[in-house]
Design a protein around this ligand. Structure first.
Ligand code: HEM
Length: 209
């Protein structure tokens, strides 16, 4: 769970850095997207690894949940968790919501099934106009809002996931756990701000077509 989670976190950070080039204008974002496409086989290898990481992460979550249930076949009469937090208690729910977000996101920007009117446009140099696709999409308030909500769910999931990873890797002790939780929360917060800045900037016309 921790290993696949770290790989997915790596993708989330790299994807964020790539997406933030939207603030440098259409030329930079479209050139970046075009460059990625030119990686050809390497891009497909990365996609297969990413997909495998998602599959392993889900499989580990299911196995852990089953093991936890088996460890206590008789339910608690009154369940009062000793030391935990809302993010830890809702990892399953936020995981399912994230997966739903990801399916919608791929239908939107990768497969062009959701909002097909913004898909397939080309810029003056004949490249895929990713900039126009993203900006036109986020001009629709409910789409922008949906992305911000998706990012909030991602942030919530990551905030516990990172502290939990430190625990699994044996880095965390009784004394350092609160520190890792705080650092995890801060990184998750930065990721939320970075991603959400994009739909919010479009909505407030700070990034224009
Ligand atoms: C404001 C937030 C986001 C924006 C604007 C955005 C933008 C995009 C765009 C434009 C693409 C298509 C790239 C292309 O085909 O050239 C894409 C693909 C993708 N995005 Fe995002 N993204 C966002 C958030 C996320 C998040 C949070 C995740 C993961 C949880 C994610 C996962 C992916 C994946 C897996 C792909 C497919 C990559 C591939 O085709 O190889 N995105 N995104």
């Amino acid at each position: 769970m921790a290993g696949s989670g770290l790989m997915l976190l790596g993708f989330v950070v790299l994807h964020l850095l790539g997406n933030l080039t939207i603030f440098l204008g259409p030329e930079t974002l479209n050139a970046y997207a075009e460059k990625l496409r030119h990686f050809g086989l390497l891009l497909w290898v990365a996609r297969v690894i990413l997909l495998a990481a998602v599959a392993v992460h889900i499989w580990a979550a299911v196995v852990l949940t089953i093991e936890n249930r088996r460890a206590r076949p008789q339910p608690y009469q009154q369940y009062v968790p000793a030391a935990t937090n809302p993010a830890a208690l809702t990892m399953g729910l936020t995981g399912i919501l994230l997966l739903s977000y990801l399916v919608y996101h791929l239908l939107h920007f990768t497969w062009g099934v959701a909002h097909p009117q913004f898909f397939g446009a080309q810029d003056a140099l004949g490249r895929r106009d990713v900039y126009a696709m993203v900006v036109r999409s986020f001009e629709i308030p409910w789409v922008a809002l949906l992305y911000v909500v998706g990012m909030a769910v991602l942030c919530f999931h990551l905030s516990h996931g990172m502290a939990s990873t430190c625990q699994t890797l044996g880095l965390s002790t009784e004394r350092t756990r609160p520190l890792f939780e705080r650092i995890g929360g801060m990184i998750a917060g930065l990721i939320f701000l970075g991603y959400s800045a994009i739909p919010v900037a479009v909505l407030f016309r700070m990034v224009r077509p």
